[in-house]
Ligand binder design. Structure first.
Ligand SMILES: Cc1ncc(COP(=O)(O)O)c(C=O)c1O
Length: 407
């Protein structure tokens, strides 16, 4: 069913300035960047350039193309650490498939007998919630699910973090709340012999100042939520890397091989997390995305200013629509809500008929949203750097119209 009969002119829907996203059609409003951000032209160019000009594998070959790949991969590792304000002496960077895979890779290889509990929080994505459940079976230790405050802080006691493996997100994919007490959490955890593993899936794009001051043991994020290609990244302390008990092994990680044993290169401990050939175009694309993020000025503003402006506009607009319940207590680039009048999945379909792409459901946070809060399915809008004020205006006007037409 299309409840809109009054089509507007193209001028009314025109976007002001998409710059590096000029390939996006003027009629499309993509509001699902928390799932995958759109890839800007320079990232696409960097990947094409790899395929067309130096399509070799890294870490293995002596010819010139391979050397170029090695340099590019090294540059990617350096820029990730720089963005997080971490030293290459203390941390290694490994490339994987996505955040989910990175978290599983670390958790599945943790040694037994060091930790006495696993701690997570109720608002976690299933990529944290499920693997921490599996870890209970593997390590034979209990799991504790803690609450997060509305401001994002983890609500914990000293006992909760003693000798604990803590796995929590730095930024929620429900409402963008951040782990405000991350710094003190890391310090309390370390004092009592635990480790802090951060799900940074939503954290690398916007303000990284929080992560820069947190002494995390490992952090996982996804290139596809960071304007790069589909790729995962693990940033991990070398001390933790040494403790991991290998379970995924193969090409590219052997220094010496006997009939029944092998050793991995001491100088390259991250190869422990990188079995087999890597996605070199992906790594190069991600590196280019990080460079681009530092340079990009949407509508002349910094990335943070631009996002705050659109987030405020979205938050204010949605707050003024009667019958909508926002989960956010403050503006964020990720805003979730439900309507008293229209089911979120139907709303998403109506919006889609107007070329507005949003998410409906529980966004892989079933435990908190469905089980604890018992919310109906929700609608989520998540903003990206391709979005403009006219995108938000269109989304708000159309949402308002759908809600009032259905009342
Ligand atoms: C907070 C959070 N953690 C983890 C994930 C999982 O990311 P991926 O699907 O890239 O593994 C997501 C994905 O939306 C997320 O938002």
């Amino acid at each position: 069913m299309n409840i809109f009969n009054n089509h507007r002119t193209k001028e009314q829907l025109v976007y002001t300035d998409r710059k590096d996203f000029s390939f996006v059609s003027d009629s499309d409003v993509y509001l699902d960047s928390a799932c995958q951000s759109l890839r800007p032209q320079p990232v696409l160019d960097a990947m094409f350039s790899y395929f067309q000009k130096y399509n070799a594998c890294g870490g293995r070959v002596k010819y010139e193309w391979g050397k170029q790949v090695d340099e590019a991969v090294e540059k990617a590792r350096v820029s990730i650490l720089k963005r997080l304000g971490k030293s290459p002496k203390e941390y290694g960077v490994a490339f994987t498939l996505n955040t989910t895979y990175g978290l599983n890779l670390i958790l599945n290889q943790l040694p037994g007998r060091i930790y006495k509990q696993i701690v997570t929080s109720e608002i976690e994505h299933n990529s944290v919630f499920l693997p921490t459940m599996m870890l209970v079976k593997k390590l034979g230790i209990p799991r504790v699910v803690l609450k997060r405050e509305q401001d994002g802080s983890l609500n914990y006691t000293k006992e909760n973090v003693a000798q604990a493996v803590i796995v929590v997100n730095a930024t929620s994919n429900i409402d963008g709340r951040t782990l405000r007490n991350a710094k003190v959490l890391a310090s309390d955890t370390h004092k009592s012999g635990g480790i802090l593993i951060v799900d940074g899936a939503q954290s690398l794009v916007h303000d990284t100042s929080l992560l820069r001051e947190v002494d995390f043991d490992a952090l996982c994020f996804s290139g596809h939520k960071t304007y790069g290609p589909s790729l995962g990244v693990v940033v991990i302390k070398k001390t933790l890397l040494e403790l991991l008990e290998l379970s995924f092994v193969g090409g590219g990680m052997v220094e010496k091989l006997e009939t029944d044993s092998f050793s991995i290169p001491i100088i390259d401990p991250v190869s422990k997390l990188e079995p087999g050939l890597q996605d070199f175009a992906g790594i190069i694309g991600l590196s280019s995305a990080l460079d681009w993020l530092d340079m990009y000025k949407p509508e002349g503003l910094s990335v943070v200013e631009h996002t705050q402006r659109l987030a405020q506009m979205t938050f204010d607009g949605l707050s003024s629509i009667e019958g909508l319940h926002l989960l956010n207590s403050e503006p964020s680039s990720t805003i979730s809500f439900y309507s008293e009048n229209v089911d979120a999945h139907r709303l998403a379909i109506f919006l889609s008929q107007q070329h507005i792409m949003t998410r409906s459901g529980y966004f892989c946070c079933h435990y908190y949203l469905q089980n604890v809060k018992k919310y109906p399915p929700l609608l989520r809008v998540s903003l990206g750097l391709h979005n403009t004020e006219s995108d938000i205006r269109k989304f708000l006007e159309v949402t308002q119209k759908i809600i009032s037409n259905i009342k």
